[in-house]
Write a protein that binds this ligand. Structure first.
Ligand code: UN1
Length: 497
């Protein structure tokens, strides 16, 4: 049992919460299995973590970026060495199949290597001055303590997307992992500890959003909040951060569309929609939740999708032959079943496949739900408009390409979209006109790579991007520098202005 108790990481030490209280983390495929017991932390614990991060910042910001990068290179290598066991731990706490948790850890590895390399770049600009004896340049400066509120669907990848760019820029961090998946963050933090990160540079405090997350937001010394979660919570985070002018990076909901033209390779399109909709049990912000097909191929695609969805093997994600794991918890199961019920009642929507919780031996102790498809969905329906975050796909038809583009954009969100066609003109037109942060041609709405910006438009984001060089803009501020080497005060320019 003792090896199942996990503590907070504050100022280089594993410590219990001052509350003395804990919470359990159970396997969503089998709730009899206890994954671990974690600290139910309070605002006092957050304060201790922010104290440590603020103190550590004084030195960490002065460590040369290439040296900070060396630490990240070592961390990346260790994550790669531990990949299999990190992935298995993640499947046990999150439920997604082990092939996908390997991918999640791989994203963390990729991001860590990428940002380690940034240690030798972090480029600014040099530019001419208006005056002869003056030199102008820009540099990125770190901001201070960064607070992260991370989600359960990518338990290590997303915390790494925030941690690695923050650290390479010279900031210190406090992470609040999702209560459903804290073990993966513990595992990542342990690697930092073992590779000798100075005390206070990385801190982790587990517990509820209402106490831990809120305390991070309330602390004036926290200068950046990076949040991934629902648009509902993100809006509250944004409002709360506005009063202290914190930088906020918000990654929120999605209602991503796959468009299938009549000239598309239908096998490929159906394969893309299957993995887009049912991969990670539909619990991705990039998940395909709307599939729209040209009327001439519509019925055929609906049939192909049903056949494919029916063939998917549901079960415990540690079984290599399983393709769809459970949803994360009882609440999520309730939400998914509620939306299926809403879909059944929507006038005109046709339940093509699925629609049930999976029960029986091997399933009763988990949160399993069948991959579910509704066809003949129309734009006024709730299952078309609202993010479900589960294995539920809505299919609709269109008559013209212009109508398809219009339907694609008819959503409050703007993360990802995809188009299947053989017509290059349509591909480029859609690429230009679909207003999302990510666009795919002949590929599903999922599968973003770490060296391209990740994020969305409209109610998906607040204009920032994670990953790639774009992430550095969240975790650093520009400073413009003028060096006068004339030896005299250059009045000419001042007089001119
Ligand atoms: C998310 O769904 O929150 O592009 C992140 C993808 C993954 C990341 C998804 N690389 O689907």
């Amino acid at each position: 049992m003792a090896d199942k108790i996990f503590k907070n990481f504050i100022n280089g030490k594993w410590v219990e919460s001052k509350s003395g209280a804990t919470f359990e983390n159970r396997n969503p495929a089998n709730t009899d299995e206890l994954v671990g017991v974690f600290q139910k932390s309070t605002p006092d614990d957050v304060k201790a973590a922010v104290n440590a991060a603020a103190e550590a910042y004084k030195k960490w910001r002065l460590v040369p970026a290439p040296k900070r990068g060396e630490l990240l290179f070592r961390v990346a290598r260790r994550l790669a060495e531990g990949k299999e066991s990190l992935a298995r731990d993640m499947t046990r706490e999150m439920g997604k199949v082990v092939a996908e948790t390997r991918g999640d850890v791989q994203e963390a590895i990729d991001m860590t290597y990428y940002m380690a390399g940034e240690g030798r770049r972090l480029f600014g600009q040099t530019t001419p001055s208006e005056l002869g004896n003056k030199f102008c340049m820009t540099m990125r400066q770190p901001i201070g303590v960064c607070g992260f509120i991370t989600p359960w669907n990518f338990p290590m990848a997303i915390p790494s997307w925030k941690t690695m760019p923050a650290l390479i820029c010279g900031n210190t961090v406090v992470i609040k992992p999702a209560t459903d998946t804290p073990l993966s963050v513990v595992n990542m933090v342990k690697v930092f500890e073992e590779e000798g990160i100075p005390p206070g540079v990385i801190n982790m405090v587990t517990g509820a959003g209402s106490s831990v997350g809120q305390a991070l937001i309330n602390d004036e010394r926290v200068r950046v909040i990076s949040f991934t979660g629902s648009t509902f919570v993100g809006r509250k985070v944004s409002e709360a951060c506005a009063t202290t002018f914190k930088h906020t990076c918000l990654e929120m909901g999605g209602k991503n569309v796959e468009i299938v033209m009549d000239d598309a390779d239908l096998e490929q399109a159906v394969d893309g929609a299957t993995w887009g909709a049912f991969g990670t049990t539909g619990q991705r912000c990039t998940a395909t939740s709307r599939l729209i097909c040209h009327k001439d191929v519509y019925e055929k695609v609906v049939k192909m999708m049903a056949k494919k969805a029916e063939s998917l093997k549901i079960g415990n994600g540690l079984d290599e032959s399983v393709q769809v794991g459970p949803v994360i918890n009882q609440d999520q199961l309730d939400t998914v079943l509620k939306y299926i019920e809403i879909g059944r009642k929507e006038d005109g929507a046709r339940l093509v496949i699925g629609g049930q919780r999976v029960t029986g031996k091997g399933f009763d102790k988990g949160y399993f739900v069948q991959p579910t498809i509704f066809a003949d969905v129309t734009r006024n329906m709730r299952i078309w408009r609202e993010e479900i975050f589960g294995p539920v796909l809505s299919i609709a038809s269109f008559s013209t390409f212009d109508e398809a583009i219009e339907m694609a954009n008819d959503t409050a969100y703007g993360l990802s979209a995809s188009l299947y066609t053989r017509d290059i003109k349509k591909a480029y037109t859609a690429m230009r006109d679909v207003y999302t942060g990510i666009f795919y041609v002949n590929a599903p709405t999922i599968g973003a790579e770490t060296h391209l910006p990740f994020g969305g438009t409209k109610e998906t984001g607040n204009g920032h991007r994670e990953a790639a060089v774009a992430a550095l803009d969240v975790f650093s501020e520009w400073k413009s520098i003028y060096v006068d080497f004339s030896g005299t005060l250059q009045r000419a320019q001042i007089d001119n202005q």
